[in-house]
Design a protein around this ligand. Sequence first.
Ligand code: COA
Length: 260
Amino acid sequence: MSHDNLLIDDQDGVRTLTINRPDKLNALNRQTLLELFQAITQAHGDDQVRVIVLTGSGEKAFVAGADIGEIRDQSAVQARAFSAMGQNLMAIIQNLDKPVIAAINGFALGGGMELALACHLRIASDKARLGLPEIKLGIMPGFGGTQRLLRLVGTTRALEMSLTGEPIDAERAREMGIVNRVVTPDALKAEVMQLATQLAGSAPEAVSGILQAVNQGADTDLNTALALETARFALCCSTEDMREGTSAFLEKRQPEFQGR
Ligand code: COA
């Protein structure tokens, strides 16, 4: 499938998906959501891809939200389908067994913030602004934002952000635990690639075990989550990468993980 609104680039096991509608500040219309579905699914099934980076085209925006023109013209039934489609995409990203890093290069508003929240790690430019401004349009977040933000920052802050719709700057987002790191715009790509390449060189079974234990553990009771941790720990110990990692430590050398 060729993509109208997505650029795809591969480098050292890192697949970068760039949402490419700069004249609309990379707003998510249906077509772009479909292309993201397709590209994420393809990256998931490709053994050469170890890490996915999501970012936006241009200097201004990561993603400035769902496409407001499409929202205005839809019926309630279409709106329900649109919300379900967005939620499904975000769930696929969150539940992926490969790390997904959001490189937030500018505005991450509405669906853009929801997309970033579904990623596993977020690195922002100090020019970025994040927010859920849907309230100003007479609507509310519909791609999982009410729930992911709540789980990340608690009810007090989630309600303030979604009820006022006021965006916050990247540094405030870092203080609140919404983004992991903040760097200058010029440094963003290198910082993201450094982290992505580090993760791409790690043992994939360990990476996917951590992703599943933390993601599913966050929404389940402690005993069930600990049982999952034990199962995934045992699975790690069945891999050649475990032998390599432990042997390399004992032999005082760097490990070379093979993904086996
Ligand atoms: N959906 C559709 N189009 C969008 C959009 C969105 N979410 N966000 C921006 N655009 C379009 C604008 O309509 C404009 O298109 P035009 O040139 O054809 O008129 C273009 O992108 C540039 O945006 P503009 O508003 O002129 O840029 P700005 O620098 O003045 O403001 C923002 C930037 C991000 C503050 C402003 O675009 C904005 O508030 N966007 C909507 C954010 C939002 O409410 N998101 C939630 C949607 S549910």
